[in-house]
Design a binder for this molecule. Structure first.
Ligand code: FA5
Length: 350
C-alpha cells in the first residue's frame, strides 16, 4: 500500500505539472479525488489493512492527499495567471471592428414617450415617479373621491390581497392612474413646481380593441400663483402640436374628474377628416385626447397648499391611445403583443 501511494504521488505530480488547461486539471482532480478516484479508492481499502500497516499508511495517505491538493491549486493559479498575462498582452482595436448595424429597435411607445418628456422638459417640467402599488388614499381618497362615492366607478380597480400584509382589505391597489402622484408631489415640493409623471397604470378591464389592463399614462401637475385655464390651453396645444404638427387645432370641453374643478376634456381636431366629421370621430370633427382641469381646492388642501393663494393645473393622457390615433392602429393590444412584424411598422421620428 505504501508503494502504491508513493507511485500515485509521483505519477500525478508529474501529470499536474504538465497540465496546460483548467479543464485538464479538473479531470486530474477527479481521477484522484472523485467517487472512483485513486485516493478515494485507497481510503476504501483501509478496513482491510492490519493495524500496524494502517499506523504507517494512514499518515502517509494524508500527506500524499495534501501534497496533491496543493499541487493542483498551485497549477490552477499558474494556468489562470498565464491566461491573464496572455490576455493583457493582446490588443483589441474596438474602433476598427465592423459592428453589426440595425440590431435592436426601441419600442414605438418608448420613443414617443421620450419625445413627450423632452417637449415638457423644454418648458421646465421635471420627472416624478409614484408607486405602482399604492394605497386607496393616494389613488382615490385624497383626490376627493371618498369611499363609496359613485365616482369610483370611473376606474375599474385591481385591489390587492392586503390582509396578507396586515393591511385592511380594500386599502391596497394597483394604481389606476398617474394621478396618484398629485398629493405626493404637493407634499414633497416647494411652490411653484412643474412636474410630469409617466408610467404604468392598471385596470380591471374587459379587454378589447381600446382597453388594456396594463397601459401607460402621462400627467402634468403644475402649481403656482395665478394659473388659469389659459395656461391649460397653452400646455394642451404645446403637447398636441408637438405630437401631430403645428397645424393641429385644440379645444377644451367641459369634463368631469372629481379632483379638478373646472374639469375639461382636451380635444384635438380629428386628424382623419380635419373637422368635417367621419367614422373615427363619430361625426363630431373632434377627438377627446386628454383629461384635464384646475386642481380641486380640496386636493390642494390635502397636499398642504392654500387654495386661496395658489392654483394648480393637472392634465393627463394615455400614450397608447394617442399613438393608435397617430398611426391608425386599430387594436390597442398591438403595443404589448410582442408582434415585431406589426410593431416595426411604426416608428417615431427622432
Ligand atoms: C384619468 O385616469 C385621469 N387621472 C386623467 C386626468 C389627470 C384628468 C389629471 C384630470 C386631471 P381617464 O380614466 O380618462 O382619466 O384616463 C386617461 C387616459 O388613460 C385615457 O384618455 C386613455 O388614453 C388612457 N386609458 C384609460 N383607460 C385605459 C385602458 N384600459 N387602456 C388603455 N388606455 C387607457
Amino acid at each position: 500500500m505504501e508503494e502504491k501511494l508513493i507511485l500515485i504521488l509521483k505519477d500525478y505530480q508529474q501529470k499536474i505539472t504538465s497540465a496546460s488547461t483548467l479543464k485538464g486539471l479538473d479531470s486530474l482532480f477527479l481521477a484522484l479525488f472523485g467517487k472512483n478516484g485513486e485516493i478515494t479508492q485507497a481510503t476504501k481499502e483501509f478496513p482491510k489493512l492490519a493495524k500496524e500497516e494502517l499506523r504507517v499508511v494512514a499518515p502517509l495517505l494524508a500527506r500524499v492527499k495534501a501534497g496533491l491538493e496543493e499541487a493542483v491549486t498551485k497549477r490552477r493559479e499558474e494556468i489562470r495567471e498565464g491566461g491573464y498575462q496572455k490576455l493583457t498582452g493582446e490588443k483589441l482595436d474596438l474602433g476598427s471592428a465592423e459592428l453589426p448595424k440595425d440590431k435592436g429597435h426601441l419600442h414605438v411607445i418608448t420613443t414617443f414617450e421620450e419625445k413627450t418628456v423632452s417637449l415638457f422638459q423644454n418648458l421646465g417640467f421635471q420627472r416624478y415617479d409614484a408607486p405602482h402599488i399604492d394605497s386607496d388614499d393616494f389613488n382615490f381618497g385624497l383626490l376627493n373621491i371618498p369611499e363609496d362615492h359613485p365616482a369610483r366607478d370611473l376606474w375599474d380597480t385591481l385591489y390587492l390581497d392586503s390582509e396578507k400584509f396586515g393591511i385592511e382589505p380594500g386599502k391596497l391597489l394597483l394604481r389606476t392612474h398617474t394621478s396618484n402622484s398629485q398629493v405626493r408631489i404637493m407634499r414633497e415640493h416647494k411652490i411653484p413646481f412643474r412636474m410630469m409623471v409617466l408610467g404604468r397604470c392598471f385596470r380591471y378591464e374587459n379587454l378589447d380593441a381600446r382597453h388594456e389592463h396594463t397601459f401607460e399614462q402621462f400627467e402634468i401637475v403644475y402649481v403656482d400663483k395665478g394659473l388659469s385655464m389659459a395656461n391649460l390651453q397653452y400646455l394642451s396645444e404645446h403637447l398636441l402640436k408637438g405630437i401631430f404638427g403645428e397645424e393641429m387645432k385644440v379645444r377644451m370641453t367641459p369634463g368631469y374628474y372629481p379632483f379638478v374643478e373646472p374639469g375639461a376634456g382636451v380635444d384635438g381636431l380629428c386628424i382623419f377628416c380635419k373637422g368635417k366629421g367621419c367614422k373615427v370621430c363619430g361625426g363630431v370633427g373632434w377627438l377627446e385626447l386628454a383629461g384635464a382641469g384646475m386642481i380641486h381646492p380640496t386636493v390642494l388642501k390635502n397636499g398642504g397648499i392654500d387654495p386661496k393663494i395658489y392654483s394648480g393645473i393637472a392634465w393627463g393622457f394615455g400614450p397608447f391611445r394617442m399613438l393608435m390615433l397617430k398611426y391608425g392602429i386599430n387594436d390597442i393590444r398591438t403595443f404589448l403583443s410582442g408582434n415585431l412584424k406589426e410593431l416595426l411598422k411604426y416608428e417615431e421620428e427622432k
